[in-house]
Write a protein that binds this ligand. Structure first.
Ligand code: 6GU
Length: 268
């Protein structure tokens, strides 16, 4: 997979040299190219922003600079051995975008080429997304309901979530299918707690069922813990559990937690 990232702070992407993503780059699974947006600014000050039409606070990123940057990256596709006329899918990180979810990460991990356009300030002139939206798939994407100073950290998050889904990037092929939020994983349940040796640490014991070697009991205990943690930390996920996926034991546990699943208006 080829990834182009355009930013006025390319230094933000140094972490992509390390760990899983760094190794994937070394192996050639990932071809990451980080670009300095200011390389396409022509005035002496390398200006990339201007005041917003209609007034208001902050600055907006200028369309001309973005246009030159993206055109140059598109043109480079013609010389990199990719299919003639190949276009990347463009991702614009912004708090006003569609939510970045595990499902979107899966979808993007199947793309041959992604282009991330990092805005700073109040964002990029909207005509940039309109223009390229007529030439390729463009998605504005948010990583959560809080506001970052720019899209760089959001792109790091997305690249890590996408990159670990690429074939051969994770050592253990099983770890992806067990993920919380993976399609077909325990739907609507987050994962429970995990333990390793030693069996006692600072007077705290590992739950004895995990040492029992009884796979059925271990599986049941893990599901109980996942249900408890989902109710506690993610009540909105727990409320959306399909009652048909709950067994008698699950229903008893949720009852003990005084938690009701399913449509609210179906009281009793
Ligand atoms: Cl993608 N960008 C910025 N600047 N803030 C965010 C975000 C993105 N997602 C959540 N907050």
């Amino acid at each position: 997979m080829r990834l182009d990232i355009v930013s006025i702070f390319p230094e933000y992407f140094a972490p992509l040299d390390v760990s899983l993503i760094g190794k994937a780059r070394d192996r050639g699974t990932l071809d990451v190219r980080v670009h300095q947006l200011r390389d396409w600014a022509h005035d002496v000050h390398k200006t990339v922003d201007d005041t917003p039409y209609g007034g208001g606070p902050g600055m907006v990123m200028k369309p001309e600079v973005w246009g030159e940057a993206v055109d140059a990256i598109l043109a480079s596709g013609a010389s990199d051995g990719s299919e003639p006329g190949a276009r990347p899918r463009m991702i614009v990180p912004t708090p006003s975008g569609r939510p970045f979810t595990q499902e979107l990460a899966q979808e993007l991990s199947a793309e041959p080429w992604l282009l991330f356009a990092c805005g700073r300030y109040e964002g990029i002139d909207s005509r940039v997304m309109a223009h390229y939206g007529e030439r390729m798939r463009v998605d504005e994407v948010s990583i959560g309901d809080y506001v970052l100073a720019g899209g760089e950290v959001a792109v790091l998050v997305m690249v890590e979530a996408i990159g670990r889904l690429l074939p051969g990037v994770l050592g253990n092929a099983h770890s992806v299918v067990d993920d919380s939020f993976a399609p077909g994983a325990m739907q609507n349940l987050v994962e429970g707690p995990v333990y390793t040796k030693p069996p006692v640490w600072r007077d705290l014991e590992v739950p004895s069922v995990l040492l029992s070697g009884h796979h059925g009991k271990v599986a049941r205990w893990r599901r109980d813990e996942a249900l408890r943690r989902t109710v506690r930390n993610r009540p909105e996920l727990a409320a959306a559990i399909d009652p048909a996926t709950l067994d008698k034991h699950d229903r008893k546990l949720l009852d003990e937690l005084s938690f009701r699943v399913g449509p609210e208006d179906m009281a009793n």
